[in-house]
Design a protein around this ligand. Structure first.
Ligand SMILES: *Cc1c(COP(=O)(O)O)cnc(C)c1O
Length: 368
């Protein structure tokens, strides 16, 4: 049997596995931080309408610069992010994963390095590998906060070309204080200077504010966002960034022409028309997230403070075994490979009840 390693693949890809959150067919799936609420019917209708219009022009290439969509994203950011941005500050792509890929193609690549503070979003590491960017694993404290002194030292010593700061962080859930981000930005500028990518995939669920205002006067700082979580549109594949206009010009050097299909642009525009309804669901999910934190603690679990739509809980002598026992009760959570901890996404109230019943059982069994 011919396998991957029998092919002349790049050395750094040999023996590696692809990104793989299990997609198992169980009653309650709380493992990929998706929004549990399907899009509301009036929005589904509006998407159909806008896609029908777009379909009439599918013989033509889409707007390469996605100007209408970027304009609407800029309005959304201005309204909710505490800082005025325009179309020239915003760039969009197929999920924030593609935004991150374009950033690494532009500012990383062979002979260059990127750093993240782990545990954090595993796709930063995988996209670094895919773009030939060497990865540096930066440190975190035991409680998953960023140790500013250690992180600054790591930046100063390794002089990375790209620094990733995920806030709220995935899989741990905690947000990074503004002052920490600012200090790391200063350290990165003194060391290289490097690009600092603030991944705000979960910011709509946060107790605190977006770091969007930090792009002012800091051309090497990028805020990355997505419609996959708060907008409940993971299937749409729409991510975006906000930064100095020079960054928007720079990523266009590597983007594929017409990378964002006319259908995706039309769908995202329809979703943005329904922002208020979708942000209403976000409020419900925040309340459910807070309930999960409180109830998990009441059952006797350790819980990491969460500003996201998921909660990290533990501790387990064997987290994979605990994951399996929860799964045996029909609830799929995520084992991110953080020793002693698991992660659960906030679902509907009924899904969260099913999860809480399962972990209550597990606790009984483990303390028996
Ligand atoms: C889910 C997630 C994303 C979103 O990726 P998309 O490609 O936009 O779906 C980005 N960053 C982090 C940290 C995430 O957890």
């Amino acid at each position: 049997m011919t396998g991957i390693d029998d092919l002349p693949v790049r050395d750094e890809l040999r023996g590696k596995s692809p990104y793989g959150a299990p997609q198992l067919d169980v009653p309650v799936r709380l493992n990929t931080n998706e929004n549990p609420y399907p899009l509301p019917e009036p929005l589904v209708e509006r998407i159909a309408e806008r896609v029908r219009e777009a379909a009439r022009n599918l013989n033509r290439y889409p707007d390469r610069d996605a100007v209408e969509l970027r304009t609407e994203l800029a309005k959304y950011l201005t309204r909710t992010g505490g800082h005025r941005v325009g179309v020239e500050n915003v760039w969009a792509a197929n999920g924030s994963n593609e935004v991150i890929q374009q950033l690494l193609q532009t500012f990383g690549g062979p002979g260059r390095t990127a750093i993240g503070f782990e545990p954090s979003y595993s796709m930063h590491t995988l996209i670094a590998r895919g773009t030939g960017t060497a990865w540096i694993s930066g440190p975190r404290n035991e409680d998953f906060t960023i140790d500013l002194a250690a992180a600054t030292r790591a930046i100063t010593e390794s002089r990375p070309d790209v620094v990733f700061i995920t806030t709220p962080n995935n899989p741990t859930g905690n947000a990074v204080p503004r002052e920490t981000v600012l200090a790391l930005y200063e350290a990165a500028q003194a060391a290289k200077p490097s690009m600092v990518v603030v991944d705000e995939a979960y910011v709509e669920f946060s107790h605190g504010d977006s770091l969007l205002p930090l792009i002012e006067g800091r051309p090497n700082l990028v805020v990355s966002r997505t419609m996959s979580k708060a907008f409940g549109a993971a299937g749409l594949r729409l991510g975006y960034l906000a930064a100095h206009p020079a960054v928007v010009d720079a990523v266009q050097l590597v983007r594929l022409p017409y990378h964002l299909s006319a259908v995706a642009q039309a769908t995202a525009l329809a979703a943005l028309e329904h922002t208020d309804t979708l942000l209403g669901y976000v409020e419900q999910l925040k309340a459910e997230r807070d309930r999960l934190v409180a109830e998990l603690r009441a059952i006797g679990y350790d819980v990491t403070e969460s500003d996201a739509n998921f909660v990290q809980f533990g501790r387990f002598a064997d987290s994979h075994e605990a994951w399996q026992k929860i799964l045996d009760q029909g609830v799929l959570v995520r084992d991110n490979g953080v020793p002693g901890w698991l992660r659960v996404s906030a679902g509907t109230p009924a899904e969260n009840d099913a999860f809480l019943d399962a972990v209550r059982e597990l606790k009984k069994e483990q303390s028996a």
